[in-house]
Design a protein around this ligand. Structure first.
Ligand SMILES: Nc1ncnc2c1ncn2[C@@H]1O[C@H](COP(=O)(O)OP(=O)(O)OP(=O)(O)O)[C@@H](O)[C@H]1O
Ligand SMILES: CC(=O)N[C@H]1[C@@H]2OC[C@@H](O2)[C@@H](O)[C@@H]1O[C@H](C)C(=O)O
Length: 400
C-alpha cells in the first residue's frame, strides 16, 4: 500500500488532527496561514487555532498575479508558470512558519490550500446560458505537498461547482460547523475584497442556513488607492476616506447594477467590481473630477450600504440577531461605523468575541473543509435548495 495512503487513513482515524489552513484572497495582501488542532468532524467539530500569521507578498508577486487576475485576456504562459511558482511559494511559506512555530512537517497531518483565485465566472457573470458556473484558483497542491512533505488538499471550489454550486461562498460550511450558537440568530459577515455573509438560525435548523456574496468589501477601495496613492495598497484606518465626503450622485450610480437585484445565493468578484465599474459610474454621473478623497468616502459608503441592504433584504433581521464580522474590513473603522449606524438594533462584534481571530477565519475555514473531507462527511452539512451542495471538497496531493 502507498505509505502516504496509510498515513492519511491513520490521520482520519485519529482523535484529532493538526491541519494548516491557507488562504490567499482577492486583496493579494498575503498568504494567511492558520495552524489548527481539529477534533471530531461534522457538527462535532472542535477547532483550536494554535498559530496564525499572514505572510506578506512582495510587490513582484502582486504585480505578476495582477497581470493575470480577473482579466479576460491574459498571458497563458504566465498563468502556467504562476500555477507552479505560487504552489512552491506557499509551500516555502508554510515551512518557514512551521520552523518559526517550532513544529516539524512530520507533525502536521494536512495542509488545506485555497490557492489564488485568478478568475471567477458564475453563469450570472459570464452570461452563457449553455455553460456552467466556473472558477479558477492557481497555486498547485502537488507543488505544496512536494515542497513541504505534507499531504495537501486543494482546489476546493471545483467540487462545489461540480456538485451544483457556484464555487462560493464556502464560508457557510465552516460558519455552520464552528459558529452556530443555540438560542442566538447569527450573521457571519466577512469583508475581504468581496463581502459575503452567512445566516445561522437560533434553532440550529440547517434548512434555515444561507450564505451569499453581497458585493464589494475592500476591493474597489484597494484598487483605487493602489492606482492613485501608490505605494499604499489600502486606505489604512480609513484616513483618506475620512478626509473626503460622500458624493450622493456617484453613490446612487454605483448602486445601479443588476447584481444587487439578483436573488441570493449569488457570488461575484473583481471581475465585476473593478476600476472600470467605477469609471463607468463616474461618467454616467458626471463625477469624474471629484477629489480622490471624495471617491474613497463614496466607495466606503457603497460597500457599507450594499452590505446592510443585503442583510436587511435577506430577512436575517426578522428577529434579534448578533453580527460577527471578519476579514480585513473589520479594521476599516469608517466602514464598520457606517454599518453599525445603519443596524442600530444589531449587536456588532468581530469573531474574536467568540474566540477566532477575524483575520484568521478564512484560513481556518479551509482547515475545517479539509478535516471534513478526510474525517467527516457523515454528519456534515449542506442545503442544495439554497445553493449549498451537501458534499466534501478538496483534491488530495501526496508528497511522495
Ligand atoms: N487597518 C486597516 N484599515 C482599513 N482597511 C484595512 C485595514 N487592515 C486591512 N484592511 C483591508 O482588508 C483587506 C485585506 O482583507 P482580507 O485579507 O480579508 O482580504 P482577502 O481575504 O484578500 O479578500 P477575499 O476574502 O475577498 O478573498 C486589505 O486589502 C484592506 O483593504
Ligand atoms: C471565487 C472566490 O475566491 N471567492 C471568494 C471571494 O472572497 C470573498 C467572497 O468572494 C467569497 O465568495 C470567496 O471566498 C470565501 C473564503 C468563501 O468562499 O466563503
Amino acid at each position: 500500500m502507498n505509505t502516504e495512503l496509510l498515513r492519511l487513513y491513520q490521520s482520519a482515524q485519529a482523535e484529532s488532527r493538526l491541519v494548516i489552513g491557507l488562504m490567499s484572497g482577492t486583496s493579494l495582501d498575503g498568504l494567511d496561514v492558520a495552524l489548527c488542532r481539529i477534533r471530531g468532524a461534522g457538527t462535532e467539530t472542535e477547532v483550536d487555532v494554535l498559530e496564525f500569521t499572514t505572510c506578506d507578498y512582495d510587490q513582484t508577486y502582486r504585480q505578476a498575479v495582477r497581470e493575470v487576475f480577473s482579466l479576460r485576456e491574459v498571458d497563458l504562459q504566465q498563468v502556467t508558470l504562476l500555477n507552479a511558482a505560487i504552489g512552491r511559494l506557499h509551500g516555502e511559506m508554510v515551512r518557514d512558519c512551521l520552523a518559526r512555530w517550532g513544529y516539524g512537517p512530520e507533525q502536521v497531518d494536512l495542509i488545506a490550500s485555497h490557492g489564488q483565485t485568478i478568475y471567477h465566472c458564475p453563469r450570472s457573470l459570464h452570461g452563457l446560458a449553455d455553460q456552467p458556473n466556473a472558477t479558477l484558483q492557481i497555486g498547485d497542491g502537488d507543488h505544496i505537498a512536494c515542497t513541504t512533505g505534507i499531504i495537501t488538499l486543494s482546489d476546493f471550489r471545483q467540487r462545489h461547482i461540480a456538485a451544483g454550486g457556484e464555487g462560493a461562498p464556502l464560508a457557510v460550511y465552516g460558519d455552520y460547523l464552528m459558529f452556530h450558537q443555540p438560542g442566538e440568530n447569527r450573521i457571519l459577515l466577512n469583508m475581504g475584497g468581496i463581502a459575503n455573509f452567512t445566516f445561522l438560525a437560533a434553532d440550529g435548523d440547517p434548512a434555515k442556513v444561507f450564505s451569499t456574496d453581497v458585493g464589494p468589501g475592500n476591493t474597489l477601495m484597494d484598487a483605487y488607492v493602489q492606482r492613485h496613492f501608490a505605494p499604499m495598497t489600502y486606505d489604512k484606518d480609513s484616513q483618506l476616506a475620512l478626509a473626503g465626503k460622500v458624493n450622493p450622485t456617484l453613490l446612487t450610480e454605483l448602486k445601479e447594477n443588476e447584481f444587487f437585484s439578483q436573488p441570493v445565493p449569488k457570488t461575484t468578484g473583481p471581475e465585476l467590481f473593478n476600476l472600470d465599474y467605477l469609471a463607468r459610474a463616474q461618467q454616467r454621473s458626471g463625477t469624474e473630477n471629484i477629489s480622490h478623497q471624495d471617491v474613497l468616502a463614496t466607495l466606503n459608503r457603497f460597500s457599507a450600504d450594499t452590505i446592510v441592504a443585503a442583510i436587511k433584504d435577506s430577512g436575517a433581521l426578522d428577529g434579534p440577531c448578533r453580527l460577527l464580522a471578519s476579514g480585513g474590513g473589520w479594521h476599516n473603522t469608517l466602514l464598520m461605523d457606517s454599518i453599525r449606524e445603519q443596524l442600530p438594533d444589531v449587536a456588532v462584534d468581530s469573531t474574536a468575541s467568540v474566540g477566532v481571530d477575524p483575520d484568521a477565519k478564512e484560513a481556518v475555514l479551509f482547515a475545517v473543509l479539509a478535516n471534513e473531507c478526510i474525517a467527516g462527511g457523515q454528519s456534515g452539512f449542506g442545503n442544495p435548495a439554497r445553493g449549498i451542495p451537501d458534499t466534501s471538497m478538496g483534491k488530495i496531493s501526496f508528497p511522495r
